[in-house]
Design a protein around this ligand. Sequence first.
Ligand SMILES: Cc1cc2nc3c(=O)[nH]c(=O)nc-3n(C[C@H](O)[C@H](O)[C@H](O)COP(=O)(O)O)c2cc1C
Length: 130
Amino acid sequence: MSAAVRFYSRSGNTKKVAEYIADAIGAKAVSVDSSEAAINEKVDVLFIGGALYAYGIDEKLKNYLESLSADKVGKAVVFSTSWLSKHALDLIKKSLTEKGIKVETETLYFKSKAVDKASAEAASFAKKFV
Ligand SMILES: Cc1cc2nc3c(=O)[nH]c(=O)nc-3n(C[C@H](O)[C@H](O)[C@H](O)COP(=O)(O)O)c2cc1C
């Protein structure tokens, strides 16, 4: 089963979670603004994460979600970090659904202050889908 990990992170918290996931499944965590971010070959599972900034997600992540195509993604699994709110999960899920991409109902979320200790939980979450 093929998998990819994409994220957008301004200050590193969501990047850490992306890396926990990527390490657990033997993939690479790639920022959505990297030249390697495009999904050109179909993946069975796309782990996609972002954080909440003033109750919204970053434009770079919005644009990336808009660029995805349903025929290249079997299923998306969404993760996020924030101080308190899980709203980014809903925003990301909504964008994916609008693109016709199937979205896993289970999500992975950590408060920013919990990220450093989240490695084991993130790894066991990720392994369920790959
Ligand atoms: C400008 C700004 C606005 C934020 N707004 C919210 C918010 O509305 N709700 C919330 O729970 N966290 C908010 N946060 C906290 C971030 O979502 C949190 O620090 C997150 O872990 C950042 O992820 P990153 O390090 O991957 O960029 C905000 C942070 C910043 C810098």
